[in-house]
Design a protein around this ligand. Structure first.
Ligand code: ES4
Ligand code: ZN
Length: 323
Protein backbone atom coordinates (compact mmCIF):
# COMPACT_ATOMS: atom_id res chain seq x y z
CA UNK A 1 0.00 0.00 0.00
CA UNK A 2 1.50 3.29 -1.14
CA UNK A 3 0.39 5.99 1.32
CA UNK A 4 1.51 8.94 -0.84
CA UNK A 5 -0.35 7.62 -3.86
CA UNK A 6 -3.45 6.96 -1.78
CA UNK A 7 -3.46 10.45 -0.25
CA UNK A 8 -2.69 12.17 -3.55
CA UNK A 9 -5.33 10.20 -5.42
CA UNK A 10 -8.25 10.66 -3.07
CA UNK A 11 -10.32 13.75 -3.96
CA UNK A 12 -9.98 16.39 -1.28
CA UNK A 13 -11.28 19.85 -0.48
CA UNK A 14 -9.13 22.40 1.33
CA UNK A 15 -11.16 24.52 3.77
CA UNK A 16 -8.47 26.35 5.74
CA UNK A 17 -5.90 28.15 3.65
CA UNK A 18 -4.73 31.73 3.98
CA UNK A 19 -3.76 32.79 0.49
CA UNK A 20 -1.12 35.17 1.89
CA UNK A 21 0.30 32.12 3.69
CA UNK A 22 0.92 30.39 0.37
CA UNK A 23 3.52 33.02 -0.62
CA UNK A 24 6.64 30.92 -1.24
CA UNK A 25 10.03 32.56 -0.62
CA UNK A 26 10.87 32.32 -4.34
CA UNK A 27 7.78 34.33 -5.29
CA UNK A 28 8.45 36.71 -2.38
CA UNK A 29 11.86 37.51 -3.87
CA UNK A 30 10.46 37.84 -7.39
CA UNK A 31 7.76 40.28 -6.23
CA UNK A 32 10.23 42.22 -4.07
CA UNK A 33 12.39 42.71 -7.15
CA UNK A 34 9.45 43.45 -9.46
CA UNK A 35 8.00 46.03 -7.06
CA UNK A 36 11.30 47.37 -5.73
CA UNK A 37 10.30 46.55 -2.15
CA UNK A 38 13.06 45.89 0.37
CA UNK A 39 12.83 42.64 2.33
CA UNK A 40 14.97 41.81 5.36
CA UNK A 41 16.37 38.61 3.83
CA UNK A 42 19.47 37.93 1.72
CA UNK A 43 18.30 34.71 0.09
CA UNK A 44 15.53 32.14 -0.16
CA UNK A 45 17.49 29.97 2.31
CA UNK A 46 17.72 32.95 4.67
CA UNK A 47 13.92 33.31 4.52
CA UNK A 48 13.30 29.63 5.23
CA UNK A 49 15.75 29.74 8.15
CA UNK A 50 13.66 32.53 9.71
CA UNK A 51 10.58 30.28 9.79
CA UNK A 52 11.02 28.97 13.33
CA UNK A 53 8.16 29.99 15.53
CA UNK A 54 7.33 29.45 19.20
CA UNK A 55 3.74 30.66 18.98
CA UNK A 56 1.13 32.24 16.73
CA UNK A 57 2.35 35.83 17.19
CA UNK A 58 5.93 34.92 16.20
CA UNK A 59 4.57 33.61 12.94
CA UNK A 60 2.13 36.46 12.33
CA UNK A 61 4.92 39.05 12.59
CA UNK A 62 6.82 37.37 9.73
CA UNK A 63 3.66 36.60 7.75
CA UNK A 64 2.55 40.26 7.73
CA UNK A 65 6.09 41.35 6.81
CA UNK A 66 6.16 38.90 3.88
CA UNK A 67 2.81 40.14 2.58
CA UNK A 68 4.32 43.61 1.98
CA UNK A 69 5.72 42.48 -1.38
CA UNK A 70 2.15 42.03 -2.68
CA UNK A 71 1.27 45.27 -4.43
CA UNK A 72 -0.43 44.93 -7.80
CA UNK A 73 -3.39 43.03 -9.19
CA UNK A 74 -0.86 40.88 -11.09
CA UNK A 75 0.85 39.98 -7.79
CA UNK A 76 -2.41 38.73 -6.26
CA UNK A 77 -3.21 36.87 -9.47
CA UNK A 78 0.21 35.16 -9.45
CA UNK A 79 -0.14 34.27 -5.77
CA UNK A 80 -3.55 32.63 -6.23
CA UNK A 81 -2.66 30.91 -9.51
CA UNK A 82 0.46 29.40 -7.90
CA UNK A 83 -1.56 28.08 -4.96
CA UNK A 84 -4.26 26.53 -7.16
CA UNK A 85 -1.72 24.85 -9.44
CA UNK A 86 0.04 23.41 -6.38
CA UNK A 87 -3.22 22.32 -4.74
CA UNK A 88 -4.34 20.58 -7.92
CA UNK A 89 -1.15 18.52 -7.95
CA UNK A 90 -2.05 17.38 -4.41
CA UNK A 91 -5.46 16.11 -5.53
CA UNK A 92 -7.41 19.11 -4.21
CA UNK A 93 -10.67 19.47 -6.18
CA UNK A 94 -12.14 22.40 -4.30
CA UNK A 95 -10.64 25.10 -2.07
CA UNK A 96 -12.25 27.75 0.12
CA UNK A 97 -9.51 30.27 0.72
CA UNK A 98 -9.14 33.11 3.20
CA UNK A 99 -7.85 36.50 2.27
CA UNK A 100 -6.97 39.26 4.74
CA UNK A 101 -7.93 42.53 3.02
CA UNK A 102 -6.84 44.69 5.95
CA UNK A 103 -3.24 43.49 5.59
CA UNK A 104 -3.26 45.21 2.21
CA UNK A 105 -5.67 48.13 2.52
CA UNK A 106 -3.78 49.33 5.63
CA UNK A 107 -0.71 49.87 3.39
CA UNK A 108 -2.67 51.64 0.68
CA UNK A 109 -3.47 48.74 -1.65
CA UNK A 110 -7.12 49.14 -2.71
CA UNK A 111 -9.54 46.34 -1.77
CA UNK A 112 -10.56 46.05 -5.44
CA UNK A 113 -6.97 45.43 -6.54
CA UNK A 114 -6.66 42.59 -4.04
CA UNK A 115 -9.92 40.85 -4.87
CA UNK A 116 -9.71 41.28 -8.64
CA UNK A 117 -6.25 39.74 -8.68
CA UNK A 118 -7.27 36.86 -6.45
CA UNK A 119 -10.44 36.11 -8.43
CA UNK A 120 -8.58 36.04 -11.72
CA UNK A 121 -5.84 33.82 -10.26
CA UNK A 122 -8.48 31.44 -8.88
CA UNK A 123 -10.10 31.23 -12.31
CA UNK A 124 -6.78 30.69 -14.12
CA UNK A 125 -6.37 27.10 -12.94
CA UNK A 126 -8.81 24.52 -14.30
CA UNK A 127 -9.90 21.49 -12.33
CA UNK A 128 -10.15 23.09 -8.89
CA UNK A 129 -13.32 24.95 -7.92
CA UNK A 130 -13.00 27.70 -5.36
CA UNK A 131 -14.66 30.11 -3.00
CA UNK A 132 -13.35 33.19 -1.20
CA UNK A 133 -13.67 33.90 2.52
CA UNK A 134 -13.01 37.47 3.65
CA UNK A 135 -11.22 37.25 6.98
CA UNK A 136 -11.23 40.10 9.49
CA UNK A 137 -8.06 40.74 11.50
CA UNK A 138 -9.10 40.30 15.11
CA UNK A 139 -6.22 42.37 16.55
CA UNK A 140 -7.83 45.40 14.86
CA UNK A 141 -11.05 46.92 16.16
CA UNK A 142 -14.70 46.50 15.23
CA UNK A 143 -14.76 49.83 13.41
CA UNK A 144 -11.94 48.67 11.12
CA UNK A 145 -13.82 45.43 10.43
CA UNK A 146 -16.93 47.44 9.49
CA UNK A 147 -14.85 49.66 7.18
CA UNK A 148 -13.61 46.52 5.40
CA UNK A 149 -17.16 45.16 5.31
CA UNK A 150 -18.20 48.37 3.55
CA UNK A 151 -15.48 47.93 0.92
CA UNK A 152 -16.62 44.33 0.38
CA UNK A 153 -20.26 45.19 -0.15
CA UNK A 154 -20.10 45.52 -3.94
CA UNK A 155 -18.34 42.13 -4.13
CA UNK A 156 -20.72 40.09 -2.02
CA UNK A 157 -21.79 37.90 -4.94
CA UNK A 158 -18.14 36.77 -5.22
CA UNK A 159 -17.52 36.21 -1.51
CA UNK A 160 -18.84 33.02 0.10
CA UNK A 161 -18.25 33.93 3.70
CA UNK A 162 -16.46 35.87 6.39
CA UNK A 163 -13.79 34.61 8.76
CA UNK A 164 -11.81 35.80 11.77
CA UNK A 165 -8.06 35.36 12.06
CA UNK A 166 -4.81 36.82 13.46
CA UNK A 167 -3.87 37.08 17.17
CA UNK A 168 -6.45 35.08 19.10
CA UNK A 169 -5.58 35.62 22.77
CA UNK A 170 -7.13 38.83 24.07
CA UNK A 171 -9.32 39.18 20.96
CA UNK A 172 -12.41 37.08 21.64
CA UNK A 173 -15.10 36.48 19.02
CA UNK A 174 -17.50 38.74 20.97
CA UNK A 175 -15.56 41.75 19.60
CA UNK A 176 -16.96 40.98 16.13
CA UNK A 177 -20.53 39.88 16.91
CA UNK A 178 -22.09 42.86 15.09
CA UNK A 179 -20.06 42.65 11.88
CA UNK A 180 -20.71 38.89 11.74
CA UNK A 181 -24.43 39.59 12.20
CA UNK A 182 -24.29 41.95 9.21
CA UNK A 183 -22.55 39.26 7.14
CA UNK A 184 -25.19 36.71 8.17
CA UNK A 185 -27.97 39.10 7.17
CA UNK A 186 -26.30 39.51 3.78
CA UNK A 187 -26.51 35.73 3.33
CA UNK A 188 -22.83 34.95 3.82
CA UNK A 189 -21.43 31.91 5.58
CA UNK A 190 -19.48 32.53 8.78
CA UNK A 191 -16.35 30.85 10.14
CA UNK A 192 -13.86 31.83 12.83
CA UNK A 193 -10.50 30.70 14.12
CA UNK A 194 -11.20 29.53 17.65
CA UNK A 195 -9.41 27.29 20.11
CA UNK A 196 -6.06 27.44 18.33
CA UNK A 197 -4.44 29.30 21.25
CA UNK A 198 -7.65 30.61 22.78
CA UNK A 199 -9.65 28.79 25.45
CA UNK A 200 -12.86 26.74 24.98
CA UNK A 201 -14.82 29.88 25.96
CA UNK A 202 -13.78 31.41 22.62
CA UNK A 203 -15.22 28.40 20.78
CA UNK A 204 -18.51 28.87 22.65
CA UNK A 205 -18.49 32.55 21.65
CA UNK A 206 -17.87 31.67 18.01
CA UNK A 207 -20.91 29.38 18.12
CA UNK A 208 -23.25 31.52 20.23
CA UNK A 209 -22.27 35.07 19.24
CA UNK A 210 -20.90 34.70 15.70
CA UNK A 211 -23.20 31.80 14.67
CA UNK A 212 -20.40 30.17 12.73
CA UNK A 213 -20.86 27.40 10.18
CA UNK A 214 -17.37 26.01 10.83
CA UNK A 215 -14.68 26.31 13.49
CA UNK A 216 -11.14 26.87 12.23
CA UNK A 217 -8.71 24.78 14.29
CA UNK A 218 -10.82 24.08 17.42
CA UNK A 219 -8.05 22.09 19.12
CA UNK A 220 -8.71 23.48 22.59
CA UNK A 221 -12.39 22.48 22.41
CA UNK A 222 -11.09 19.04 23.44
CA UNK A 223 -10.49 20.43 26.94
CA UNK A 224 -14.26 20.71 27.47
CA UNK A 225 -16.31 17.49 27.18
CA UNK A 226 -19.65 19.34 27.03
CA UNK A 227 -18.34 21.45 24.15
CA UNK A 228 -17.07 18.36 22.33
CA UNK A 229 -20.52 16.80 22.71
CA UNK A 230 -22.17 19.92 21.33
CA UNK A 231 -19.80 20.12 18.34
CA UNK A 232 -20.32 16.42 17.59
CA UNK A 233 -24.12 16.54 17.99
CA UNK A 234 -24.43 19.60 15.74
CA UNK A 235 -22.16 18.10 13.06
CA UNK A 236 -19.83 21.11 13.23
CA UNK A 237 -16.83 20.90 10.92
CA UNK A 238 -13.41 21.63 12.40
CA UNK A 239 -10.73 22.73 9.94
CA UNK A 240 -7.65 21.25 11.56
CA UNK A 241 -4.10 22.02 10.39
CA UNK A 242 -1.54 19.48 11.63
CA UNK A 243 1.72 21.02 10.37
CA UNK A 244 0.56 24.47 11.47
CA UNK A 245 -0.20 23.05 14.93
CA UNK A 246 3.32 21.61 15.06
CA UNK A 247 5.13 24.76 13.82
CA UNK A 248 3.16 27.07 16.11
CA UNK A 249 3.62 24.76 19.10
CA UNK A 250 -0.11 24.10 19.50
CA UNK A 251 1.10 20.49 19.76
CA UNK A 252 4.60 19.60 20.95
CA UNK A 253 4.95 16.64 18.65
CA UNK A 254 2.89 15.37 15.72
CA UNK A 255 2.80 12.01 17.51
CA UNK A 256 0.53 13.76 20.04
CA UNK A 257 -1.74 15.34 17.44
CA UNK A 258 -5.43 14.83 18.31
CA UNK A 259 -6.74 14.28 14.76
CA UNK A 260 -7.80 10.66 15.34
CA UNK A 261 -9.12 11.46 18.83
CA UNK A 262 -11.33 14.07 17.18
CA UNK A 263 -12.68 11.47 14.74
CA UNK A 264 -13.19 8.97 17.57
CA UNK A 265 -15.19 11.61 19.48
CA UNK A 266 -17.51 11.97 16.48
CA UNK A 267 -16.17 15.36 15.41
CA UNK A 268 -16.21 16.28 11.72
CA UNK A 269 -12.51 17.03 11.53
CA UNK A 270 -10.75 17.89 8.28
CA UNK A 271 -7.07 18.25 7.34
CA UNK A 272 -5.82 21.54 5.88
CA UNK A 273 -2.59 23.41 5.28
CA UNK A 274 -3.28 26.87 6.82
CA UNK A 275 -0.12 28.72 5.65
CA UNK A 276 1.76 26.10 3.64
CA UNK A 277 4.67 28.31 2.54
CA UNK A 278 5.48 28.97 6.20
CA UNK A 279 4.60 25.63 7.81
CA UNK A 280 6.37 23.24 5.45
CA UNK A 281 3.67 21.45 3.54
CA UNK A 282 0.60 21.65 1.33
CA UNK A 283 -2.49 19.60 2.05
CA UNK A 284 -1.24 16.18 0.93
CA UNK A 285 1.86 16.62 3.10
CA UNK A 286 -0.40 17.48 6.05
CA UNK A 287 -2.37 14.24 5.50
CA UNK A 288 0.87 12.28 5.04
CA UNK A 289 2.66 13.67 8.10
CA UNK A 290 -0.27 13.20 10.45
CA UNK A 291 -1.15 9.79 8.99
CA UNK A 292 2.38 8.55 9.69
CA UNK A 293 2.66 10.22 13.10
CA UNK A 294 -0.71 8.87 14.25
CA UNK A 295 -0.65 5.63 12.26
CA UNK A 296 -3.95 6.45 10.54
CA UNK A 297 -5.64 3.74 8.50
CA UNK A 298 -7.25 4.05 5.08
CA UNK A 299 -10.71 4.38 6.60
CA UNK A 300 -9.62 7.38 8.70
CA UNK A 301 -8.00 9.08 5.70
CA UNK A 302 -11.15 8.47 3.66
CA UNK A 303 -13.26 9.93 6.48
CA UNK A 304 -11.10 13.06 6.67
CA UNK A 305 -11.32 13.60 2.91
CA UNK A 306 -15.07 12.98 2.94
CA UNK A 307 -15.50 15.48 5.81
CA UNK A 308 -13.72 18.10 3.69
CA UNK A 309 -16.53 18.00 1.13
CA UNK A 310 -19.45 17.65 3.55
CA UNK A 311 -18.01 20.57 5.53
CA UNK A 312 -17.58 22.74 2.45
CA UNK A 313 -19.92 25.50 1.27
CA UNK A 314 -20.69 23.66 -1.96
CA UNK A 315 -24.35 22.78 -2.62
CA UNK A 316 -25.68 19.34 -1.65
CA UNK A 317 -25.63 18.34 -5.32
CA UNK A 318 -22.03 19.51 -5.78
CA UNK A 319 -20.97 17.67 -2.64
CA UNK A 320 -22.70 14.49 -3.82
CA UNK A 321 -20.83 14.73 -7.12
CA UNK A 322 -17.49 14.70 -5.26
CA UNK A 323 -18.26 11.74 -2.96
C1 ES4 B 1 -3.17 32.23 10.80
CL1 ES4 B 1 -2.45 29.82 11.75
C2 ES4 B 1 -3.27 31.32 11.84
N1 ES4 B 1 -3.96 31.62 12.94
C3 ES4 B 1 -4.54 32.81 13.02
N2 ES4 B 1 -4.49 33.72 12.06
C4 ES4 B 1 -3.80 33.43 10.95
N3 ES4 B 1 -3.57 34.14 9.84
C5 ES4 B 1 -2.81 33.41 9.03
N4 ES4 B 1 -2.57 32.23 9.60
ZN1 ZN C 1 -5.60 29.75 9.87
Amino acid sequence: FNLDQFIGGIPKAELHLHIEGSLEPELMFELARRNKVAIPFASVEDVRAAYRFSNLQDFLDIYYAGAQVLQTEQDFHDLAAAYFARARSDGVRHAEIFFDPQTHTDRGIPFDVVIEGLLSGMAAVEGVSSKLILSFLRHLDEEAAFATWGQAEKWLDRIAGVGLDSSELGHPPSKFARVFAAAGEAGLKRVAHAGEEGPPAYVYEALDLLHVDRIDHGNRALEDPALVERLAQSGMTLTVCPLSNLKLCVVGDLADHPIDRMLDLGLNATVNSDDPAYFGGYVAENYRAVAIARNLGKAQIVQLARNSFTGSFLSEAEIAAHL
